[in-house]
Design a protein around this ligand. Structure first.
Ligand code: ADP
Length: 451
């Protein structure tokens, strides 16, 4: 400040001196007056020069688009102006630092919102989109840039959503079809709005297609199991009632008891298959360190096939078992046997009396091993093939039940194959018999020397 006074004093003294030196006919007073005025003018010019340099620098800083960086070099001014420049520069630096920090925080926050598995949309008080994350653009088909400040009601025209927004009761969510939903591939979204700030809204969307599908499958499964158990239970309780109320002769009693035994056997098979399935789903994948000989597994299947054939077909079937080269397969013995025996018993059950069922094991050129079951049964129409491994899917319900089927056999086979890294192939044509094969990967198959 002193500096400014000194410059002012120097200007005035110089002006006064000049006036004194140049005093004219108008006298000393006039000369001094003019001199002092000139001195004051000179001071004003010098001061204005410093002010203009300061202002130019400040304007450059203000127009700077990248606030995190200070542009134009600070002017080198004397005295009080230097202090003003220094203090302003420090203030600007502090502001830049703060801006940089809050920008970084905002970036992190937005990155977290982007990473959210839910769709996130921020709406202003008028219901216009302020910001949305990538997931929301997928759920609703928004364009994150173009649709900013668009009214959400103009972009999401689902009637259920419009009614939800109009009602303003956001204590629950609303279910609407997603952007790419088609009748063939329905996509279901759960949308929930939360109010925050001053009339602002946070809209969260979640794709619940898979959850809904799992829930529908669970419902179907429970309904199927109940149905499968209810039928033999009804038959059983009917027989029990008859036995309790009617004085039956011995042969009749024996016949009823045998039918009851059949029904309870059916329930037992169903429960066993259900337990097998749940064990397969719940247990860790089998390792590849326990090796089973194919010949032993096939011998077991052969015995079972012969016994079953005798029970269901008095004239029996032609059964061919080719154990192929001596080999071993790595996995869980009970699972492998269950898968193989399901294919073999299916072939026997669905092939009419006298038909041919041939079972073989071969080593393929690339080291994989193929377990194949062919039959000369009725064959399967093409449209059923993709659904055969679904639980309780049957083409001929009565034939399945007559022969003790549960509708879970091929689902078990598929699970076991998947758990062992194997593939299940089904080839069949109506009237042409069927061919089911499990192809094991080379890492789980090895050839062994004959003893
Ligand atoms: P199920 O206990 O009913 O046999 P599966 O899951 O083993 O249940 O088989 C599903 C359906 O596939 C069967 O109901 C049957 O209609 C059909 N199927 C399975 N194997 C054969 C086969 N070898 N020949 C003809 N149809 C078959």
């Amino acid at each position: 400040m002193i500096n400014r006074w000194i410059i002012f004093t120097i200007c005035m003294l110089a002006g006064g001196g000049l006036g004194f030196w140049a005093r004219t006919a108008n006298g000393l007073t006039f000369g001094l007056g003019v001199g002092l005025a000139l001195g004051a003018l000179a001071w004003l010019v010098i001061d204005s020069f410093y002010v203009s340099r300061l202002l130019r620098w400040l304007r450059t800083e203000q127009n700077n688009d990248t606030p995190a960086v200070m542009t134009g070099a600070a002017p080198n001014l004397p005295g009080v102006w230097r202090e003003i420049v220094d203090r302003t520069r420090r203030l600007l630096k502090h502001r830049d630092q703060q801006l940089r920090e809050s920008q970084a925080r905002l970036d992190e926050f937005l990155a977290a919102m982007q990473a959210s598995p839910s769709g996130v949309v921020l709406l202003d008080a008028q219901g216009r989109i302020e910001w949305c994350n990538h997931m929301a653009t997928q759920h609703f088909g928004f364009d994150a840039q173009r649709d900013v400040l668009q009214h959400i009601a103009n972009l999401v025209r689902e009637p259920a959503f419009s009614a939800y927004m109009a009602a303003g009761n956001f204590s629950h969510d609303v279910l609407i079809p997603g952007n790419f939903s088609t009748p063939a591939r329905p996509v279901k979204l759960s949308v929930h709005v939360h109010s925050y700030g001053k009339d602002r809204k946070l809209l969260l969307s979640r794709d619940i297609t898979a959850v809904e599908l799992a829930e529908a499958m669970r419902r179907d499964f429970v309904a199927n199991v109940s149905h499968e158990i209810r039928t033999p239970l009804t038959v059983l309780s009917g027989f029990i009632e008859t036995l309790q109320t009617l004085p039956l002769k011995e042969p009749e009693r024996a016949r009823y008891l045998s039918l009851m035994a059949q029904q309870s056997q059916r329930m037992q098979t169903l429960v066993n298959d259900l337990l097998t399935l749940s064990r397969l789903e719940g247990s860790p994948f089998p390792g590849a360190s326990d090796w089973m000989t194919i010949s032993a597994l096939m011998a077991q299947c052969e015995q079972e096939a012969k016994a079953l054939s005798l029970v269901i077909a008095p004239r029996g079937h032609q059964l061919e078992f080719d154990q192929g080269p001596n080999s071993e397969v790595a996995g869980v013995q009970t699972e492998l046997y269950s898968a193989m025996s399901n294919l073999v018993t299916n072939a026997v059950r669905y092939t009419p009396e006298g038909g041919l069922v041939s079972v073989s094991w071969t080593l393929l050129e690339d080291g994989r091993g193929e377990f194949k079951v062919r039959d000369t049964g009725p064959g399967i129409a093409r449209e059923h093939l993709p659904r055969l491994t679904e639980r309780f899917y049957r083409i001929d319900r009565s034939r399945s039940r007559e022969t003790g089927g549960t509708g879970l056999g091929l689902a078990i086979v598929k699970h076991v194959a998947q758990r062992h890294g194997a593939e299940l192939h089904i080839q069949s044509e109506l009237g042409q018999g069927s061919c089911f094969s499990i192809i094991f990967p080379a890492v789980r198959v090895r050839r062994i020397q004959a003893a």
